[in-house]
Design a protein around this ligand. Structure first.
Ligand code: NAP
Ligand code: FE
Length: 372
């Protein structure tokens, strides 16, 4: 037993939790920067609720609504400039992982001068307080100290990891997720599953993180039949508010897992699929996870048995069949791409963070079989 547990975010869960807890904003300051993507926050009611509360308690705000998926470093600097020009006291991030991660970087850059070359250095003194309102259930960023940005210089996605960017407050209201399209729902759900599973293979896994991971895995796997049915009927209306709430909680639990453990092999391999082939983050992880489980089974059969039991499955092949149904036709990947992505993944901290130490040929095999 030798680990640290740290999760400083105050989390409010439930329908209308923003409207019902408006006073908590008062301690954060007098002016906020609201950070969103281009459209969804305006359509799903989340931005409206936040504005209503700020108006009611007299907090001024400016809006930066230009965050793209897989946010870039220039986007983070652009938002931070708006925060500085308007002298805001705190940041409110609304959306999927992309706006929330971008807002976390903005909160750091706005609080001190950080040259672009030093952005991932870890050498920061302060950050503006961050409020997170997730509208997807996958990244767990509402409960992590990570901001993951597209890094064109390194041709991959790179994490800022700092306890300064744990959100001060997160609001988990699944009603905003009712508009989330089916593909995005599936991809984000499997991102969360990947966090929970990878966390159990981390060198930093602990009693606490494993307990959270097991619960998250169970909740997510119980949701798969409904996701498959909704997929067959091509209907998001089938996915009720209580169903969305369970996904949101499962993702929150998995976020608390990776806050303690970090991610491992699957995320290391997935980043190139997103950077070079524009495969959505959750889908990239989902496509790779089965082959990771197969590899891990050779070295850690008992851990795999524990995970399969939580999944209520008997074999990794059964799991793969479910994922094949969820993800449908796969993208094509060339041998040249596989070699390039393998080289990139082998050098990452995420691989060093895993108790299973894959060799280069293991990664080549995993990429090849995952896309067959
Ligand atoms: P996302 O990129 O934030 O959003 C994907 C799409 O879904 C966007 O088009 C967005 O539209 C739309 N959307 C979001 N919420 C919606 C809703 N309620 N209804 C309808 N549409 C909605 O996707 P994500 O998977 O949540 O986040 C992915 C990012 O998180 C990646 O950059 C990944 O690397 C990162 N990540 C971070 C962590 C962490 O610990 N920090 C962990 C894992 C992954 P708009 O653009 O219009 O909003
Ligand atoms: Fe992820």
């Amino acid at each position: 037993m030798n680990y640290k547990y740290h999760m400083p975010t105050k989390v409010f869960c439930g329908e209308n939790c923003i409207l019902n807890n408006r006073d908590v904003f008062k301690s954060l300051g007098e002016k906020a920067l609201i950070v969103t993507g281009k459209r969804s926050a305006k359509m799903n009611g989340s931005e409206k609720d936040v504005k209503a509360v700020l108006d009611a308690i007299g907090i001024d705000y400016v809006i930066f609504d230009q965050v793209m998926s897989n946010p870039t470093i220039p986007c983070a600097y652009e938002g931070a400039a708006v925060a500085k020009e308007n002298d805001v006291d705190f940041v409110i991030a609304i959306g999927g992982g992309s706006p929330i991660d971008a807002a976390k970087a903005m909160a750091l850059i706005a609080a001190q001068d950080i040259a672009e070359d030093d952005l991932f250095s870890g050498d920061y003194q302060k950050a503006l307080p961050i409020v997170a309102v997730p509208t997807t259930a996958g990244t767990g960023t509402e409960a992590t100290q990570y901001s993951i940005l597209t890094n064109d210089q390194a041709e991959t996605k790179t994490s800022i990891a700092s306890e300064l960017i744990f959100p001060t407050i997160s609001f988990l209201d699944a009603k905003y997720m009712l508009t989330l399209p089916l593909t995005a729902t599936i991809n984000t759900t499997i991102d969360a599953l990947s966090h929970a599973v990878e966390g159990m293979f981390s060198v930093r896994a602990s009693t606490v993180s494993n307990a959270l991971a097991m619960k998250s895995i169970r909740m997510i796997m119980e949701s798969i039949p409904s996701l498959l049915e909704a997929s067959e009927k091509d209907s998001i209306e089938m996915l009720s508010l209580s169903f969305r709430e369970r996904l949101m909680e499962a993702s929150f639990l998995a976020g608390m897992v990776i806050a303690q453990t970090g991610t491992t092999v699957v995320h290391a391999m997935g980043y190139s699929l997103t950077y070079f082939k524009h495969i959505d983050h959750g889908r990239a992880n989902g496509l790779l996870l089965s082959e990771f489980l197969r590899l891990a089974e050779k070295e850690q059969p008992e851990l795999i048995r524990t995970i399969l039991t939580a999944m209520k499955l008997n074999t990794v092949s059964e799991y793969k069949q479910l994922m094949d149904q969820l993800f449908g036709e796969k993208e094509a990947i060339s041998a040249e791409e596989i070699n390039q992505f393998t080289e990139k993944a082998m050098g990452t901290k995420n691989i060093a963070n895993c108790i299973v130490k894959p060799k280069e040929y293991d990664l080549v095999e995993m990429y090849s079989v995952s896309f067959q």
